[in-house]
Design a protein around this ligand. Structure first.
Ligand code: RP5
Length: 168
């Protein structure tokens, strides 16, 4: 996992409930890198380090973060608990669990009570990738150069699909 103290100051916090979630969450970090969005990556567990989780969430806005991406698996309380301690947008990524293949994670994250929103992505690495893209779209509202980089990403994706469209 990259050094959390990397500069410039992070705008997106990518957190996860366990180091074992990193493989799932890494595509989010890679996409944020590609879009040149400063970010930090940390393990913050709702169950194993609850005090640190509360501190992370309540201090996030003051440290300059603008969006939090939170990945968790199983009894996946991290995104919802973080959203309860900050008014920043929180994007939840359900990590695929061994026992229930991530359906447990998805339902844990998506079923928030009214009043505390979590934008829930799909299960696994695709969800992590889309979490980064959603964070980028939020940040692009105030950043014209990021909007251009997002447009270029979409154009490249379009071109890549067309280039691979012809099958043998
Ligand atoms: C959650 O429990 C984590 O997000 C992880 O996906 C799941 C299992 O954690 P480990 O036992 O693999 O550390 O808190």
């Amino acid at each position: 996992m990259p050094d959390a103290a990397s500069s410039p100051a992070p705008l997106v916090g990518v957190i996860m409930g366990s180091r074992n979630d990193w493989e799932t969450m890494q595509p989010a970090a890679e996409l944020l890198d590609q879009l040149q969005i400063p970010h930090e990556c940390r393990v913050v567990s709702a169950h194993r380090t609850p005090a640190e989780m509360m501190q992370y969430a309540s201090g996030a806005r003051g440290r300059g973060l603008q969006v939090i991406i939170a990945g968790a698996g199983g009894a996946a309380h991290l995104p919802g608990m973080v959203a309860s301690e900050t008014t920043l947008p929180v994007i939840g990524v359900p990590v695929q669990s061994r026992a229930l293949q991530g359906l447990d994670s998805l339902l844990s994250i998506v079923q928030m009570p009214g009043g505390i929103p979590v934008a829930t992505m799909s299960i696994g690495a695709s969800g992590a990738k889309n979490a980064a893209l959603l964070a980028a779209r939020i940040l692009s509202l105030q950043d014209a150069s990021l909007t251009q980089r997002l447009d270029a990403f979409i154009q490249q994706q379009h071109d890549d699909v067309l280039a691979s469209a012809e099958l043998p």
